[in-house]
Ligand binder design. Structure first.
Ligand code: ATP
Ligand code: PAF
Ligand code: BAL
Length: 285
């Protein structure tokens, strides 16, 4: 596996790989876990060469967020990716990604608004801008993202369609189902911030979501179920709820009572200062 940190060698390496087959891109911020490795394994099934990017993207962190303390473990991550048969690790420096004077921004309207877009202003502009750059740098045939970050996936799909990133080089933006710990907590690099006690409490998030979904699917009023979900989390050690909302799964539009489109329950909540997100399908609406 090659590891590259600047753009010219990356372009040369990508051109060489493309001569011998299809390329899949898996963008990450590192501190890899089984969720990321599942994306890599899915990528290997869909292309001849897998390129993984590791870049803790300053543009997508708010002023009071965890950019400085975000875990950086390049050596460990590199060994894991080597073991998964990855062809190339693209780990650009901040200067390589954002050269002096960088002044551009990709902003996706609609799907970026509300949910994480409301609690993390500017976050999805940062995500869209870096992912757009990654697509242009690597020109992948397929790019894979986790459903754990459901709204992010929707933003990237919208951007890829709007900016023609899916033609001619990028065939697909592929979502991969959320990989969970044995107790049901969605794997996330930020789980490492949890104290042992908070880690035990954190499982209330998927559990309370499953209860709320069962209630909603039985036809109980959505608002009451979501209010109970919030109370269970706050009683169980969570410090605040950023949002808990039922949305149209694809457009992320607010739920329309008469719609039969697939729905998604999306939640973001904090334990101490650690912010956890999760989302699950709601059927039978
Ligand atoms: N549990 C998971 N299952 C499937 N995909 C995941 C999971 N966790 C992360 N991913 C996906 O991996 C990619 C890189 O995510 P990232 O590096 O931000 O990891 P993360 O665990 O989501 O970190 P964070 O704690 O910062 O949210 C994204 O497409 C993300 O959706
Ligand atoms: C897609 C991404 C790599 C862009 O920085 C990031 O938001 C992430 O890891 O989910
Ligand atoms: N996993 C999404 C990236 C972020 O939280 O900044």
């Amino acid at each position: 596996m090659q590891t590259l940190h600047s753009l010219d060698p990356l372009r040369r390496a990508v051109a060489e790989l493309r001569e011998t087959g299809k390329i899949a891109l898996v963008p990450t911020m590192g501190a890899l876990h089984e969720g990321h490795l599942t994306l890599v394994r899915e990528a290997r099934k869909r292309a001849d060469h897998v390129i993984v990017s590791i870049f803790v993207n300053p543009l997508q962190f708010g002023a009071n967020e965890d950019l400085d303390k975000y875990p950086r473990q390049l050596e460990r991550d590199s060994a894991l990716l080597q073991g998964e048969g990855v062809a190339l690790l693209w780990a650009p420096t901040v200067e390589a990604m954002y050269p002096q004077g960088f002044a551009s921004n990709i902003s996706v309207q609609g799907v970026s608004e509300g949910l994480c877009g409301a609690s993390r202003p500017g976050h999805f502009d940062g995500v869209a801008t870096v992912v757009c750059k990654l697509f242009h740098q690597v020109l992948p045939d397929v790019a894979l993202f986790g459903e754990k970050d459901w709204q992010q996936l929707a933003v990237i799909r919208r951007m890829a369609r709007d900016l023609d990133l899916t033609q001619p080089h990028v065939d697909a933006v592929l979502g991969v189902p959320t990989v969970r710990e044995d107790d049901g907590l969605a794997m996330s690099s930020r789980n490492a911030y949890l104290t042992p006690e908070q880690r035990v409490q954190a499982v209330a998030l998927p559990n309370a979501m499953k209860v709320a979904i069962a209630e909603i699917e039985r036809g109980e009023p959505v608002t009451a179920s979501i209010a109970r979900l919030g109370k269970v989390l706050l009683d169980g050690g969570f410090s605040s709820i950023d949002y808990a909302e039922l949305r149209d799964a694809d457009s992320l539009a607010l739920r329309d009572e008469r719609s039969t489109a697939p729905m998604r329950l999306l939640v973001a909540a904090r334990i101490g200062t650690t912010r956890l997100i999760d989302n699950m399908a709601v059927t039978g609406q």
